[in-house]
Design a protein around this ligand. Structure first.
Ligand SMILES: Cc1cc2nc3c(=O)[nH]c(=O)nc-3n(C[C@H](O)[C@H](O)[C@H](O)COP(=O)(O)OP(=O)(O)OC[C@H]3O[C@@H](n4cnc5c(N)ncnc54)[C@H](O)[C@@H]3O)c2cc1C
Length: 394
């Protein structure tokens, strides 16, 4: 679906394999929730099939318009990382086709090394043709949520650590400085345990019909939006029920939301910093971002848990992850991303290839020291612009 933000899904001057026709569900065990499907099936298709039958995705990213193949190749994470780990953990088996025609069934017991290299392997080890996904049961589409305003990273960490809910994430204001520095809204939720509706209500989607002019997103407009958004929640705490769609996929309601950033487009930055350094590194990152005045209002922060992923190159590690968009301003945005990468490296963290368009080879090797071990599994006919850049082949 090309939903990765950078060049992990692109290959300049190469042939791009697209999977929209690999869209068939192969089998479903209604007793255990084990689904087998072709790799081009999207999470949206799976939800349409599974939710009315009382099953839900084990891990879901912030958009449902990604394929199962893409979810495995980037070993994606969701709001439940602290209790469920990554998507790969719920993918007990898949088939990988190599360019020499070999078809390998991969699981923790069959070709386990290829299984581990392919989960989070950025599409480089071969072509995933089908996969199994272990779904989880639900009795209602509804999510019981609870949101809390916070100011400062310490308050955010305390809320995350105190939360007992399955899903948690926070929106963070990356423009406010001074006493409002690092303010945000912590959102937690879980599936309603009381039986409720499982079929969807049809809701119209909005489409952004044109690119916004470049000046529309600036420090003042984003600052004003953030202040309104922060105070939209009048009391410090708010609770209620909501359908799972707005809870998990708020951006999916605005088709072509990326046009908000104008013709130049956007860069996304996502990193994780390990716990050992507490919140010092994250404070430095946020200071660099707020003083740049370049951040958009789309910024989230979350605590990752310590469930290890089966992927050799998976991104998550125990600690705090920050993800946000920047509108591209040629003269400044790339320099800022370099600075953020340097701070990430200094504090022992790593950046997420699925969200990256400019990580240097030196930083990649520092973030993923196991890269040479991984490179052994790369199919000789497969590559990406990302890989050529970070492996120094470009
Ligand atoms: C609004 C939004 C929110 C997001 N939120 C999150 C989030 O919360 N957590 C998160 O982890 N990610 C998130 N993402 C990123 C997204 O989940 C990943 O980039 C995902 O991999 C995209 O899937 P895709 O099908 O679009 O794959 P693409 O972007 O097209 O490809 C991604 C990679 O998968 C490989 N690939 C795809 N299909 C196959 C196949 N059949 N066989 C082998 N390799 C294959 C490609 O080669 C490429 O390397 C978000 C993206 C957006 C746009």
């Amino acid at each position: 679906m090309g939903r990765s933000y950078g060049d992990v899904c692109l290959l300049q001057n190469g042939t791009l394999l697209r999977t929209p026709n690999l869209d068939r569900l192969i089998s479903f065990d209604a007793q255990t929730g084990l689904l087998r499907c072709e790799a081009g099936v999207t999470l949206a298709q799976i939800l349409d099939f599974a939710v009315p039958r009382g099953w839900f995705l084990p891990v879901s990213p912030g958009t449902k318009y990604v394929t199962v193949g893409g979810a495995i190749a980037n070993d994606i994470h969701g709001k439940n990382h602290h209790v469920a780990g990554t998507f790969g953990l719920h993918t007990p088996c898949f088939e990988l086709i190599r360019s020499d025609g070999t078809q390998l069934v991969c699981s923790p017991t069959e070709n386990p090394d290829v299984y581990s290299a392919t989960i989070g392997g950025m599409g480089l080890t071969g072509f995933i043709s089908w996969a199994e996904v272990q779904m989880r049961p639900i009795v209602s589409r509804r999510i019981r949520y609870h949101s809390t305003q916070f100011v400062g990273l310490e308050e955010f960490v305390a809320l995350s650590q105190a939360s007992t809910q399955e899903y948690s994430v926070a929106w963070i204001d990356c423009v406010a400085q001074g006493r409002n520095f690092a303010r945000g809204i912590f959102i937690q939720g879980e599936h309603d345990e009381n039986p409720g509706p499982l079929t969807p209500l049809a809701k119209p989607k909005l489409t952004l019909p044109f690119d916004l002019p470049a000046f529309a997103l600036n420090r003042s407009s984003v600052g004003a939006f953030n202040t309104l958004y922060y105070h939209k929640q009048i009391s410090k705490q708010r609770s209620g029920f909501t359908d799972y769609e707005p809870f998990f996929y708020p951006l999916d309601r605005i088709l072509q939301w990326n046009r908000l950033y104008g013709e130049q487009g956007l860069l996304q930055f996502q990193c994780v910093l390990p716990w050992a350094i507490n919140t010092m590194g994250m404070t430095q990152l946020l200071k660099a971002i707020t003083t740049s005045g370049l951040a958009s209002f789309l910024a989230v922060i979350k605590v990752f848990g310590d469930i290890s992923s089966p992927g050799m190159m998976s991104f998550p590690m125990p600690g705090i992850t920050l993800a946000l968009d920047f509108p591209i301003r040629r003269e400044v945005s790339f320099d800022l991303l370099d600075r953020l990468a340097a701070i990430t490296a200094e504090f022992g963290g790593r950046m997420y290839p699925a969200k990256d368009a400019c990580m240097s080879a030196a930083h990649f090797r520092q973030f993923y020291p196991q890269w040479e071990q991984f490179a052994v599994y790369i199919d000789p006919s497969f590559s990406s612009s990302f890989w050529q850049r970070v492996a120094g082949l470009g």
